[in-house]
Structure formats: structure tokens, C-alpha cells
Design a binder for this molecule. Structure first.
Ligand SMILES: C[S@@+](CC[C@H](N)C(=O)[O-])C[C@H]1O[C@@H](n2cnc3c(N)ncnc32)[C@H](O)[C@@H]1O
Length: 219
């Protein structure tokens, strides 16, 4: 894979995959996008003391560290499961500048999130477990139940199979009642596939530079 680090408009870095001609995050701001889509419109919408989160596409670990940062000073216990088929090289990760957007002491946690073993639930900190699963999401069979899904695959026109009704149905079936899925894409076909899978879909204001995003609820 041909990968290079790029700066986005809010000063945070992302990774550009030149084989796919696709960034890991919005060029208008990696941290801004992650905070808006996943933290503000996802995590902060769940009112539970223990939250089981599933992320589709662990990638740089940005959503995981921002989730840790957002819950650190609360009583919330987080069990974070992340699927990833193409884990990134640790050397590349070490050149990202997310450390500038978290507390210096949280950099150690970020490193731990990347260095910890795959396919095993690891206690990252009291009240935060991480289970990174190296797998192809399209073939993955869920055995657990989740409250919140960060759907952060590459764009639907790059990887349409990831955004299929079949995949959304698999997620729907593994959500707890009132569970939600959030994603940065508000494409018509994504909305349609989410609705066909059983979700109630709401279009929300998008992250900087994007008009809309989606929140899908299991009602
Ligand atoms: C848009 S990037 C976002 C990554 C991550 N959330 C982040 O903040 O860096 C999409 C991620 O999905 C992963 N991915 C692509 N195809 C996959 C598949 N079939 N199963 C699981 N993960 C996949 C990619 O390797 C990449 O890390």
C-alpha cells in the first residue's frame, strides 16, 4: 500500500492512500471530523454508564483516542472493539500529530492502543478496554452486542461492498435496543441501505466542509 502523511485544514494529520486516491479522514480536518461525527453526534448521544462501542476501520486509532479523552473524566466505562483488515505500520503512526490534540499524558495511552496485541481484549486503562480484531468486516460474524457503532470505512464509491444492506443488517442485529450507528457519509444509497436494514435514519449537519452526516437508530 502506498501511504503518506498529509496535513488537514485544522492542522491535524491524516493518511493518504494513493492506491485508492483516498484520505483516512476529511481534508477539512481529521480531528474536527472525528469530534463532530463520532464524539459529538455518537458518543455524547448515549446515556449509559457502560458503553460497548464497535468501530469499523480502526486505522490511525484517532476515534479510539478521542473516545478515551472524552470519557476519561466521567464515570463511563468503555469497551471498545475495532475491526481492521489492513493494520498500519507503527512507524507511520508515530509520525501523526494527534498528540497535539490530546493531553500529553494521553500520548502513552495512544501508543498502548497501537502496540497492544490484536485479537485480544486489553485493559488500556481502568474503565477502558480495547479489542482490536484483524478481520475483513465483510466476512465478520458478530458475537457481541453494541450500543454505538462508529462506521468509518472508506467512502461508499471506493468500497461499496462495506456499505451494503447485508452489512448494515449484521450491525443492526448486533445492536442493543436504542443502539446507534454514526457515519460521515450521507449518500442516498447509504441512507437507503440503512433503512432497508431496519434503522431509523436522521440526517444531521456534517463536519466542517461537509453538508451532512448520518445517525441511524435501532428503535
Ligand atoms: C476511512 S479509514 C478510517 C480509519 C480510522 N477510523 C481512523 O480514524 O484512522 C477506513 C479504514 O477501514 C479499513 N478497512 C478497509 N477495508 C476493510 C475491511 N474489509 N474490513 C475491515 N477494515 C477495513 C482501512 O484499512 C482503514 O483503516
Amino acid at each position: 500500500m502506498a501511504l503518506e502523511i498529509k496535513k488537514t485544514s485544522d492542522g491535524s494529520t491524516t493518511i493518504y492512500n494513493s492506491d485508492l486516491n483516498e484520505n483516512y479522514h476529511s481534508s477539512f480536518g481529521a480531528v474536527s471530523e472525528s469530534m463532530h461525527v463520532f464524539i459529538k453526534n455518537g458518543l455524547q448521544h448515549i446515556n449509559k454508564l457502560q458503553i460497548n462501542i464497535l468501530e469499523i476501520g480502526f486505522g490511525t486509532g484517532l476515534n479510539a483516542i478521542l473516545t478515551y479523552k472524552a470519557t476519561r473524566d466521567s464515570n463511563t466505562k468503555v469497551n471498545y472493539t475495532a475491526l481492521e483488515f489492513y493494520p498500519l505500520d507503527l512507524k507511520l503512526i508515530s509520525n501523526l500529530n494527534f498528540v497535539d490534540f490530546i493531553q500529553p499524558s494521553q500520548n502513552e495511552i495512544f501508543t498502548k492502543m497501537h502496540e497492544c496485541e490484536w485479537n485480544k481484549e486489553v485493559l488500556i486503562h481502568s474503565d477502558f478496554t480495547l479489542h482490536k480484531i484483524m478481520t475483513n468486516f465483510n466476512q465478520f460474524q458478530f458475537k457481541s452486542f453494541y450500543d454505538l457503532v462508529y462506521f468509518d470505512a472508506f467512502a461508499p464509491d471506493i468500497q461499496p461492498e462495506m456499505w451494503s444492506e447485508t452489512n448494515f443488517k449484521k450491525i443492526y442485529n448486533s445492536l442493543n435496543p436504542s443502539g446507534i450507528l454514526v457515519t460521515y457519509s450521507a449518500k442516498g444509497l447509504v441512507k437507503q441501505n440503512l433503512r432497508s436494514a431496519g434503522f431509523t435514519v436522521t440526517r444531521l449537519v456534517g463536519a466542517p466542509g461537509k453538508r451532512h452526516m448520518l445517525r441511524a437508530e435501532k428503535i
